[in-house]
Ligand binder design. Structure first.
Ligand code: UQ1
Length: 452
């Protein structure tokens, strides 16, 4: 046996602890709140940037606060719901993902005190910082839908959701158990992460039933609190045409508010307050989502509860040493891991230039985000867009391929490439979305527009 492995065995240290983080201290130069996609990506890219510039930080100068035992690849939960992956493949222990030069504070944040450059942990301890990056994600409000929790807990209810680790495999079990009847897929009114996921799982279920000769018996309906299939018109129109072509019902501006899982009735609310009850055999629920309470109640929040940052620089509008990205931020774009691949390098560049010169540079986030819309087994429509809901398609730009047409190549990006590059590179700060492994470069300063 190799000596390192023997030593580990001797003291019963499991393999995942090999990269165990630097020591947590009462003060860190850079404090990152959240060890999800945004937090891990930004903590590593910040460390790597200072090192590359010859200003290597000491072990523990960068710390991540996160109490979670597991880190989840959430974009994979749709694949679990569609029977394409095992959920246990898509998570890692947090300690396994944090490199030894970054500290892990395995606690929850209770409150922020940006005027004192500190956060208070739920243990009561206070941690101070020079700079703070908030990448805490969002909150799923399961209890906003009356009867949802007991419906999810009952294995025979036919009610499931791909929006949690605990319930995403129930979705696949329900799809497989379905023999016919009414199948309803819901999307709430308001902001959610990955706004395409509520219909992706519907397209997969529809295709699965069709391929297994259950299509005729399935009456499928998409019931959404939103006015259209998708926010970007180009993709929305194509998805709506697909819905009609496939004989799938569409009910818009109907927001799920209550489930009676014994009677198998779902209740929806219309904008005018009218209630509509619908019977179902299978119900896939996308829960309501919003800002985390500890952010909402903090001085960092905007009027809604998101961390109030500049949409171009990602710097906090009031506190110059505070930054934010990902789901918890106020950035007016769709909340996805793909968005984080574009946000992180901009944040890091501006952060570094502020540290060096006191001012942000020329890095400006254009709102890039992407939604790989599974439309069936072996096909995917790759929506990519920027602020203003304008398409910005990587493959259209490079190869002249219109991404509104579902393709097998895109399907394999989502199913095979993205999960691999996520754990192989992105969590280490080494994946740059459409740029691949190549970090984008930014001008030191935005060129002033030439005067007329
Ligand atoms: C991406 O980089 C990424 O991260 C791993 C995803 O995973 C969730 C994505 O969905 C997308 C679309 C990207 C962007 C990358 C390319 C090559 C378009």
């Amino acid at each position: 046996m190799n000596p390192a492995l023997a030593a580990r065995r001797a003291v019963h240290i499991p393999r995942f602890v090999r990269a165990y983080a630097a020591e947590a201290k009462p003060h860190h130069k850079i404090l990152v709140v959240g060890g999800g996609s945004g937090g891990l990506n930004v903590a590593n890219q910040l460390y790597n940037r200072f090192e590359k510039e010859g200003k290597k930080l000491a072990d523990g100068d960068v710390a991540i606060i996160d109490a979670a035992e597991w880190h989840y690849y959430q974009p994979g939960w749709t694949l679990v719901g569609a029977g394409l992956k095992q959920k246990s493949q898509l998570r890692r222990r947090m300690t396994e993902l944090i490199p030894k030069h970054i500290a892990l504070v395995p606690e929850k944040v209770a409150s922020f005190a940006p005027d004192a450059n500190s956060v208070t942990l739920s243990s009561g301890e206070v941690v101070t910082y020079e700079s703070l990056v908030v990448a805490a994600g969002l909150q799923i409000n399961w209890d906003n839908i009356k009867g949802l929790s007991p419906a999810l807990a009952d294995p025979a209810s036919g009610v499931s959701s791909i929006y949690s680790y605990d319930t995403c495999d129930k979705t696949w079990a329900d799809i497989e158990a379905f023999r016919g009847g009414k199948a309803i897929f819901t999307q709430p009114a308001g902001v959610i992460k990955c706004a395409g996921a509520p219909q992706k799982i519907m397209w997969m279920a529809w295709d699965r039933w069709r391929r297994t000769k259950r299509g005729e018996a399935a009456d499928v309906e998409f019931v959404t609190g939103m006015p259209t299939m998708f926010s970007v018109k180009k993709y929305s129109d194509a998805l709506n045409a697909l819905r009609v072509e496939r004989g799938i019902g569409g009910l818009f501006e109907h927001n799920l508010v209550e489930i009676d899982h014994r009677a198998r009735v779902a209740r929806f609310k219309k904008p005018d307050g009218a209630l509509v009850d619908k019977e179902y055999t299978l119900l896939h629920v996308t829960p309501q989502q919003g800002p985390l309470d500890f952010i909402k109640s903090s001085p960092l929040a905007d009027g809604v509860g998101w961390v109030d940052v500049d949409q171009g620089t990602l710097r906090h509008k009031k506190y110059g040493n505070v930054w934010s990205l990902g789901d918890c931020s106020s950035l007016p774009t769709s909340k996805t891991a793909a968005a984080i691949t574009a946000q992180t390098p901009v944040l890091v560049d501006n952060f570094y230039r502020v540290a060096e010169t006191g001012e942000v540079g020329g890095a400006v986030y254009d709102g890039y985000t992407s939604c790989p819309l599974l439309t069936g087994y072996g096909e995917l429509m790759l929506a990519e867009f920027v602020y203003g809901l304008k398409p910005k398609e990587t493959f259209a730009a490079q190869f002249g391929i219109d991404q509104v047409t579902p393709r097998r190549l895109f399907y394999h990006l989502k199913k095979d490439l993205f999960p691999a590059v996520y754990f192989g590179a992105m969590v280490h700060g080494k994946w740059f979305g459409p740029n691949g492994l190549q970090p984008p470069t930014f001008p030191a300063k935005v060129e002033a527009a030439p005067s007329a």
